[in-house]
Design a protein around this ligand. Sequence first.
Ligand SMILES: NC(=O)c1ccc[n+]([C@@H]2O[C@H](COP(=O)([O-])OP(=O)(O)OC[C@H]3O[C@@H](n4cnc5c(N)ncnc54)[C@H](OP(=O)(O)O)[C@@H]3O)[C@@H](O)[C@H]2O)c1
Length: 276
Amino acid sequence: MTQTNDLPAAIVCGGSTGLGTAIVARLIHLGYRVTVLGRDIDRLNSLRDSMMDQGVDGSLIHVFAADATSTSDLQSAVASHLQVHHRLDVLVNVVGRSDRGTIESLDAATVHDLIDANVISTLNCSQACLPALKESRGVIVNIGTLAAHVCPRYLGGYAIAKHALRALTRQMRLECEADGVHVGLVSPGPIRSESRPAGNRYDVDHQTGVPQTAAGPGGGAKVKLLEADDVANAVVRCITHRQIEIILPSKTRLLMAIDAVSPKLADWILSRKTAK
Ligand SMILES: NC(=O)c1ccc[n+]([C@@H]2O[C@H](COP(=O)([O-])OP(=O)(O)OC[C@H]3O[C@@H](n4cnc5c(N)ncnc54)[C@H](OP(=O)(O)O)[C@@H]3O)[C@@H](O)[C@H]2O)c1
């Protein structure tokens, strides 16, 4: 008989809403024990309650309030995870935040905030988890975005931060390989959200020359919205197949290939397919 402590265990940093919640649900469905991190304990508890209402065994889901920009919060979070679940096989770094605006009006404080939210959170959480992940020869999955690969207009400092996250992921992957820890990146395009349409998240300041269409998902990119469950499945593929980079929708890879050989053509395509 499988003992609970034999089941694999994961931390999802930023799992209390949105994409993170879909990843938590998918991992639990696959037999993982999960610790969910976020800053708001009420949000975390209501996620745990709603999963238990849906029949999830409460011992499979542990929640812990931690700010991923605080190294001490994360040390406590990992200690709490290990106390409850005893091992760590997978870390999914979901914390991240988008932006809207022009480069001309982008201020340094906003860039610092976005780097904290998208990059430092992932760096901190990965460093806190690495000792336990080395023991299990586990996996880290970071959540990027199409803007980690291409740079459409009007995303303020988001593409800058997510490009840095991609660099962090690539360097970490090579450095962690020797210890048997795999580090992958899943980069989705805009994701459908019933509770909080992405279009409502941003105040577009017309004074700065940002068009209203840029407020929409993906900064107004003309791509079909993804389902969070499909992105969660890609995260699982990244874990089980130790995939290096998954980009969704996969056809957008073509643009990245074009960009490598003809940046001028890629700019032209990007200009036509994103907000203007
Ligand atoms: N939504 C999209 O269309 C889309 C598309 C491509 C990529 N992405 C990427 O996917 C990821 C998730 O996006 P989402 O839209 O699902 O985000 P979301 O709904 O805003 O959820 C973010 C999660 O992270 C937590 N969080 C935020 N800051 C935190 C911090 N400093 N420390 C700990 N937890 C923190 C939030 O909980 P608390 O607020 O309680 O802390 C929440 O659980 C992001 O990296 C985003 O860039 C999203």
